[in-house]
Write a protein that binds this ligand. Structure first.
Ligand SMILES: *Cc1c(COP(=O)(O)O)cnc(C)c1O
Length: 392
C-alpha cells in the first residue's frame, strides 16, 4: 500500500486533497448552514428553489413512511415496484410532455445506465469536454468511442461527427447548464448537427430542472426545443431538494431502458418514502413559479454586485456563478477567508474542473434575500482582497 501513501502525499502537497467537512442545516434559517460554532450563509449548495426541508415535502415523506415503511426490498423488476413509483413516472411524463419516464436511484446512476444502454462497441459518443463525470463514466462503461469536443465548440463537434461518420450509432450528450461554470449548452446548434448527422441527442438537466421553463421543465422546454431531444435526464437532488433522478422520452425508449439500463435493472428501487417526497417536490416545482422568479432576480442582483466590486462574474443568467482563481492553494485560502466572513463558498479544484482553473463556485437559492446577498458581496470582496484574488 506504499503507492497509496505516496499518492495521498502528492494530493496534499498539490492542495488537491479532499476531506469531509460537516455542514448541518440551520434550523428555521433556510439558505444558511452550520459548521462547527458558525452559522454560514450557504452559497455553495444546489438547493436552487429553497425546497430542501420544505414542510409539505417533509409531511408527505412522514405520511409515506407510516404506510410504506423504510425500504423497497428489491429491484423494480422483482418485487420493488410500488404504485407510487408508477404514478410518479406518469406525473413526470405529463410535466415533460413526453411519452414516458423512468425513475433512477440518482443522477449518477441514470447517466451511467442510460449511456451504456444506448451505445456500445462500434458506436461513438460526442460529449462536451466539461460534461459531468457521470456522463464520462457512462461512456467509459459503454465501450463506445469517446469523442470529446471542446466546450461549446460547435465547429469541433461538427469535425468529430464527420470524422466518426461511419460509426454504427452516434449519440451526442451534453449538460444543459454546465455545473461548474453556469454556462448554457448551445442547444439549437447541437440540434442542427444532430439532424444533419443522424445522431441521437441526450441532455442532462441536473442544474436546470426546476430552474428554467414555465413549470420548471428545464432549459430544453424554456427554449421550445424539448421535442428535438431524444433522451431527457434530470435529478431530484438539486432544485427539487430531495434525491433521485428521472429519464424521460418516448415510451419505446423507456421500454428499452427498463430492460437494458443495468443501473436500473440490478439495483434496489428507491425507498417509497423518497418517491413520495419527490412527488410533492414536483408539485411545488410546477406550481410555485415565484421561486424561479426570486432565484432569477437573486442571480441578476448578485452578479451585478460582484461586477461592481471588481470581480469577473460573467454575464449569464444561471444561479451558478464562479469566481475563477486558477491556483488550487489560492482557491482554498479564498474559501477559508470566506468562512471567516460567515460565508460558505467552496473551492472547486481539479479534477472537478480543468487544471489551472480552480475557483470558488457560488450557487444561489430562492431562499437568499437581497440584503443577505448584498452583504455577502462585501464579505467576498474583503476575502478576495486578503488572498489577492481581487486586484484592488
Ligand atoms: C449532480 C449531477 C449529476 C448527478 O446527480 P446525483 O443525483 O447527484 O447523482 C449528474 N449530472 C450533472 C450535470 C450533475 O450536476
Amino acid at each position: 500500500m506504499k503507492w497509496m501513501a505516496e499518492g495521498l502525499e502528492k494530493l496534499t502537497s498539490d492542495s488537491l486533497e479532499r476531506t469531509l467537512l460537516s455542514c448541518e442545516p440551520a434550523p428555521g434559517r433556510p439558505g444558511f448552514t452550520v459548521r462547527g460554532e458558525r452559522t454560514l450563509l450557504d452559497l455553495s449548495s444546489n438547493d436552487y428553489l429553497g425546497l430542501s426541508g420544505h414542510p409539505a415535502i417533509v409531511e408527505a415523506m412522514r405520511d409515506a413512511l407510516a404506510v410504506h415503511g423504510t425500504g423497497a426490498s428489491a429491484s423494480r423488476l422483482v418485487t420493488g415496484s410500488r404504485s407510487i413509483g408508477g404514478q410518479l413516472e406518469e406525473a413526470i411524463a405529463d410535466w415533460q410532455q413526453s411519452g414516458a419516464a423512468l425513475v433512477f436511484g440518482n443522477g449518477y446512476m441514470a447517466n451511467v445506465g442510460v449511456i451504456s444502454a444506448l451505445v456500445g462497441r462500434g458506436d461513438a459518443v460526442f460529449s462536451d469536454r466539461l460534461n459531468h463525470a457521470s456522463i464520462v463514466d457512462g461512456i467509459s462503461l459503454s465501450l463506445a468511442e469517446h469523442a470529446r469536443y471542446r466546450h461549446n465548440d460547435m465547429e469541433h463537434l461538427r469535425y468529430l461527427l464527420s470524422k466518426h461518420r461511419a460509426a454504427r450509432r452516434k449519440l451526442i450528450v451534453t449538460d444543459a447548464v454546465f455545473s461548474m461554470d453556469g454556462e448554457h449548452a448551445l442547444l439549437d446548434e447541437v440540434i442542427q448537427l444532430k439532424r444533419e448527422f443522424g445522431a441521437m441527442l441526450m441532455v442532462d438537466e441536473a442544474h436546470s430542472g426546476g430552474v428554467y421553463g414555465l413549470k420548471g421543465e428545464g432549459l430544453c422546454h424554456s427554449l421550445g426545443l424539448h421535442q428535438e431531444v431524444d433522451v431527457h435526464m434530470g435529478t431530484f437532488s438539486k432544485a427539487f431538494g430531495v434525491y433521485g433522478a428521472y429519464v424521460s422520452g418516448s415510451s419505446m425508449l423507456i421500454r428499452w431502458l427498463l430492460n437494458k439500463a443495468r443501473t436500473f435493472v440490478y439495483s434496489t428501487a428507491l425507498p417509497p418514502v423518497l418517491l413520495a417526497g419527490i412527488a410533492e417536490a414536483l408539485r411545488l416545482v410546477q406550481q410555485e413559479g415565484v421561486r424561479r422568479e426570486r432565484l432569477a432576480e437573486a442571480s441578476r442582483l448578485f452578479r451585478a454586485a460582484l461586477r461592481d466590486a471588481g470581480f469577473q462574474a460573467g454575464d449569464g443568467v444561471s444561479p451558478i456563478i464562479p469566481i475563477l482563481v486558477g491556483d488550487s492553494a489560492a482557491a482554498l485560502r479564498f474559501s477559508s477567508a470566506l468562512e471567516e466572513e460567515g460565508i460558505l463558498g467552496v473551492a472547486i479544484r481539479p479534477p472537478a474542473v480543468p487544471a489551472g482553473t480552480a475557483r470558488i463556485r457560488f450557487s444561489l437559492s430562492a431562499s437568499h434575500t437581497k440584503e443577505g446577498l448584498l452583504g455577502a458581496v462585501h464579505g467576498i470582496t474583503r476575502a478576495g482582497r486578503m488572498v489577492g484574488a481581487l486586484g484592488l
